[in-house]
Design a protein around this ligand. Structure first.
Ligand code: NAD
Length: 376
């Protein structure tokens, strides 16, 4: 970050200091969420613009109301009618509203530090690269891009612009998940032998972008299977060295060429541990992780939904209170960007590229029927 940006940020941090109480989120799904923090806070705040005002952006915006270190201050949208609605709801000034034509002028806006790209998958690359070129930090939804080459281009663009790139991996901050990682690091499960990841749901409307190979870059693997991939990596605690995969397609009309319906895949790790996973758009009630070591086990079910996440190990139930994932994520990401905090599980662009290399290898394995070697 340039010294000018540093200076402008410091100036505006005090002006943006937010009050010592936070709205308690009483939305249906989050009714039992805990307030994130009740301590007074007058430190630096990451000022964020959201790009792509669809369903997930709405969820992030609501969750950000409870953040202490991150604040929604701007929007980027190609749908003019959405902008006044968001301005009113989140108190966003005209000068912080952009469309895709004038977005690059955000570089001259000293009141926005970061852009969170929440558009369809194949548009992430362009959103992030334009954000980097404007000198703003980028947060990008998963999957970070539609293949590892594009992901690497995004990493390189952010490096060249000296801005940070983070991927919206909210589970990497989830307390029960982090407890299992802590137990594994302390050796409580003994040598890890096996991981099982099941990720899936029945996808509805056949005309949505998630079923368009160009906008989605794939099918269930891009959207939901990626949770089992990074779940395997952070729970086993190693990088896979090979992958095999098999596809099942029962509805070739809904799931066109290039859009996977169901893929089973297996990964092998340097220690000899193996993972067996399923990614699908054709079955509900699939959201679970199981980790087995020689001395114990851990399971999460649900493992990656919006929560509450439920977990237990051979020692008993995990009882950490539920907090809205996106609130924790955005506060943690603000700490990473503003204070250089190192998260327990990385959420940077390199982490996103590793998952994309695995996805690329899974698609190659499906096509060739061969075991693919990985070097992450
Ligand atoms: P959505 O369809 O609800 O929203 C997409 C937004 O992008 C819309 O506002 C749409 O207008 C805009 N858009 C811009 N250009 C578009 C184009 N050419 N075609 C279609 N829409 C266009 O989708 P969503 O569920 O909000 O998903 C957006 C991103 O967020 C995806 O990458 C998805 O994987 C990710 N996501 C992440 C999570 C999570 O838990 N981390 C959850 C849901 C979605």
């Amino acid at each position: 970050m340039s010294s000018r940006r540093n200076f402008l940020q410091k100036l505006s941090f005090s002006a943006l200091a937010i009050p010592s109480f936070y709205t308690f989120n009483t939305g249906d799904k989050e009714a039992n969420a805990q307030p994130f923090d009740t301590q007074p806070y007058d430190g630096p705040v990451l000022r964020v613009a959201l790009m792509g005002l669809g369903s997930y952006a709405n969820r992030v915006a609501e969750a950000m109301k409870d953040c202490k270190m991150a604040k929604l201050v701007g929007v980027v949208s190609g749908t003019p009618s959405k902008i006044p609605v968001w301005q009113k709801k989140y108190d966003i000034p005209d000068k912080n509203c952009y469309n895709y034509e004038n977005f690059d002028s955000i570089k001259d806006n000293p009141d926005i530090d970061a852009v969170y790209v929440i558009t369809p998958n194949s548009l992430h690359r362009e959103g992030v690269i334009r954000t980097a070129k404007a000198g703003k930090h980028a947060i990008c939804e998963k999957p970070m891009a539609v293949n590892a080459i594009e992901g690497q281009e995004m990493v390189d663009a952010c490096k060249a612009a000296n801005v940070k790139l983070l991927v919206g991996y909210r589970m990497h901050f989830e307390p029960k998940t982090l407890e299992i990682i802590k137990m594994r690091k302390a050796g409580e499960f003994g040598e890890i032998k096996f991981f099982q990841g099941l990720s899936g749901f029945i996808i509805g409307n056949p005309n949505q972008w998630r079923l368009d190979p160009v906008l989605a870059g794939g099918g269930s693997m891009m959207d939901i299977g990626v949770y089992s991939i990074n779940g395997a990596r952070y729970l086993v605690g190693e990088e896979p060295i090979w992958v095999t995969a098999q596809e099942t397609k029962t509805d070739p009309v809904k799931f066109k060429e290039g859009v996977d319906e169901t893929i089973q895949f297996q990964m092998g790790f340097p220690s000899g541990a193996v993972a067996s996973c399923l990614s699908t758009y054709a079955m509900n009630n699939l959201d679970s992780f199981f980790l087995n070591g020689v001395n114990g086990f851990a399971e999460l079910q649900p493992a990656s939904g919006y929560g509450p996440i439920k977990g237990r190990t051979h020692k008993g139930e995990l009882t950490h209170p539920h907090k809205t994932h996106q609130t924790i994520q955005m506060d943690e990401m603000a700490e990473i960007i503003l204070n250089g905090k190192k998260p327990i599980v990385p959420v940077d662009g390199e982490e996103g590229v590793k998952d994309l290399k695995i996805i690329d290898a899974i698609y190659s394995a499906v096509k060739s029927g061969r075991k693919m070697e990985l070097s992450l």
